[in-house]
Write a protein that binds this ligand. Sequence first.
Ligand code: GDP
Length: 405
Amino acid sequence: MAGRLPPARRATLAALHDEHSGSLIDQALLLYFPAPDSFTGEDCLEIQHHGSIAVARLLADVLGAMPELQPAEPGEFTKRAFLNGKLDLTQAEGLADLIEASTAAQARAALRQLAGAQGRLYDGWREDILQALAMLEAEIDFAAEEEVPEALWHTLAPRLTETAAAIRCHLDDGHKGERLRTGLDIAVIGAPNVGKSSLVNALARRDVAIVTAMPGTTRDIIEVAIDLEGLPVTLLDTAGLRDSDDPIELEGIARAKARAKAADIRLRVVDDPGTFNSRGLEHGPTLTVLNKADLWAPASVPEGALAVSATSGIGLGELWSRLAREARALLPSEDAVLLTRVRHRSALSDAEAALTRAMAVGGAADLGLLAEEIRLAARAIGRLTGAFGVEDILDRVFATFCIGK
Ligand code: GDP
């Protein structure tokens, strides 16, 4: 395999040989990206071979025998790109999300994060905090007093208040970014036999849930992932919710109830116009539908009721649009900078808490104490973008990638 490198960034056809045995391994395309203009920032040679297990194994053997080469760990390329300053940590996470994205909205959000929108926002806050810190440290170095001078506090206080408020506002997003990343749960609830499983099947347009005329046959919760007009949604079929003496069934029912309670949206199904307006104990967004519309004369359907039929398809288009509208209201707007992970939330909460403590001690504080709180705030944001002290979290961030990314 020894030989000349192909020209930079030009696909070049090459015959790859095992240099010991001289035998041909494959005809492959080579792409050479010299440092620093590669994804990782290092010299990189991409080999596009024919992909069979045999060729991959032969190539791995030959390359693995070269002492200067080693197999990539999960996320190795992205980790190297981060360590070489090509990406910040939020961009690396955006790339992981893009690879995992299953709907258009998730892919668009991940692309925005990969393009650095999140990192730029957080870097801006960190910069503001570091400027405040620099002023305090200059004072610590040169001032005779240990207390914060009043003039300096008048300069710092509005800046710190503004940054803390911006972080608080970003945190107070109703978990929309996290919801978009992990998807929304819609629990389908209602009495046995009203047609919940049939409706889930009709919405999923495939036979996933068990559909039966016997009440309570679906003991557990059934999850069906759907792409609701580009939004990631999981339908939870809770068809088996009824009283029982069977401990296994009871456990299933308890789990189903807890899951349905925690769902983002509830789709309540009734099959009798007389029960349409009766309210259950639902919390949060709930859409009620009258199923089996094929059995009811239009005149018996209550005013404003959404009448559907899982079996004949009546009203399903309208139900689909209404569910999409409810889901969209819980998800972020297209151009929002999103907080997508618990890691982001906890780092920003730490930063906000440190700034709030700094504001509380305020001008009465001694310089060192105030500087320490502000330093903590800057560090918390630094950990978020990877600008500061992240060695211990790198493995966790990159372990979620697959090998070769
Ligand atoms: P679940 O217990 O609420 O999940 O109810 P299923 O989906 O198992 O449905 C119970 C029965 O109602 C089955 O026999 C279905 O075929 C029937 N069913 C469901 N939807 C409709 C509908 O829109 N019209 C009619 N006529 N029957 C339906």
